[in-house]
Ligand binder design. Structure first.
Ligand code: 3HC
Length: 303
């Protein structure tokens, strides 16, 4: 069952143009990372031009922030901005050799995206998925070339988090896996090869952590106490702060995948479901004095 080791880097193919499917927060962060580190053209697509423009706008704004912090030169900032373009048509991927999707966390949506991309790219183009929790094997199953699919799972915030989980599906070719590892290194990430099981390694642990804090709360510990109790353990963020950053709906989808795979070890708690139903996406908010608090209305939903 264990995935074989990373194959010979000599098998890796050059990547000279990258496509990013989706222009949401994760996709935009990926576009910036690829353009900045690989210095190759990156084209983003989404379902309409407005979304595409928003994604490209995000990348440009992040580059401006780096420039203001003097993290990059004015030349590098201009070059990076020029490398990132957008299009509402997937035909823009025709000459890409690596396309990564970061669309809605739903298997049917991702399969549809891969089918559409496969119809326009060359035979050697790699299709990578940034899925948090879905089966990479399933995502490749109906493609003409399942050997081109690989899992390439980044963490939020992409610019800062060092880890990249690489997932080999049964049909992923050695060339594709090698390219993924070489690319991960070029992106300055720590690459690890993980099994194609729901939520891979890191999200299983993180979701369990968030779930157990919610359980402690259900069992009587106040929400803020349960959440803050983990701070002295050296975590960079409390579990509920992390939950807000990942997004409660994303966490819900990941938890559902984990529940389907592993049963009762993972479940969307009744109180989390109430937050979702009430459109609450963040537990902690700043009060008038700038302190982070969980508002009374949110606490009432949690009870
Ligand atoms: N984008 C770009 N850079 C960011 C950023 C963002 N969203 N958030 C923070 N940074 C940068 C800051 O600019 C700063 O860089 P600088 O030193 O060059 O100015 C650096 O990160 C440190 O930020 P701060 O000093 O503001 O704050 P912290 O030291 O508290 O670090 C953090 C912030 C890196 C987000 C840290 O709290 C952390 O590591 N949190 C845990 C995050 C985590 O676990 N992520 C995984 C989520 S799960 C996931 O993504 C999987 C998905 O599939 C669901």
């Amino acid at each position: 069952k264990r995935p074989a080791g990373a194959p010979d880097p000599q098998l890796a193919r050059p990547v000279t143009k990258v496509g990013v499917v989706g222009a949401g927060l994760m996709a935009s962060q990926l576009a910036l990372l690829f353009a900045r580190q690989l210095k190759v053209p990156v084209v983003m697509t989404d379902i309409d031009q407005a979304r595409v423009d928003k994604g490209v706008g995000y990348v440009h704004a992040e580059v401006d922030k780096l420039l203001a912090k003097k993290r990059i030169s004015a030349d590098a900032a201009n070059r990076t901005k020029a490398l990132v373009t957008g299009s509402a048509a997937k035909e823009a991927f025709a000459d890409a050799d690596f396309v990564i999707e970061a669309v809605f966390e739903e298997l049917s949506v991702k399969k549809q995206v891969f089918a559409e991309v496969e119809a326009v790219v060359s035979e050697n183009c790699i299709l990578a998925t940034n899925t948090s929790s879905l089966s990479v094997t399933e995502m490749a199953a109906d493609l003409l070339h399942p050997e081109r699919v690989v899992g390439f799972h980044f963490f939020n915030p992409v610019a800062v988090m060092p880890l990249l989980e690489i997932v080999r599906a049964p049909k992923t070719s050695d060339e594709v896996l090698s390219t993924a590892f070489v690319l991960g290194k070029a992106l300055k990430k720590t690459t690890v090869l993980v099994q194609d099981a729901a939520a891979f390694v890191v999200n299983r642990v993180l979701l369990r952590l968030m779930g157990e804090v919610a359980n402690a709360f259900d069992e009587g510990t106040p929400a803020d106490v349960a959440d803050n109790a983990l701070k002295p353990m050296g975590l960079p963020m409390t579990p509920f702060t992390l939950l807000a950053m990942v997004g409660i709906p994303v966490a819900q989808h990941v938890t559902e995948s984990l529940h389907a795979a592993f049963g009762e070890r993972f479940r969307v708690s009744a109180n989390q479901q109430r937050l979702i139903d009430n459109g609450i996406t963040s537990l902690w908010v700043a009060d008038d004095a700038g302190r982070q608090v969980i508002p009374e209305a949110t606490l009432a939903l949690l009870d």
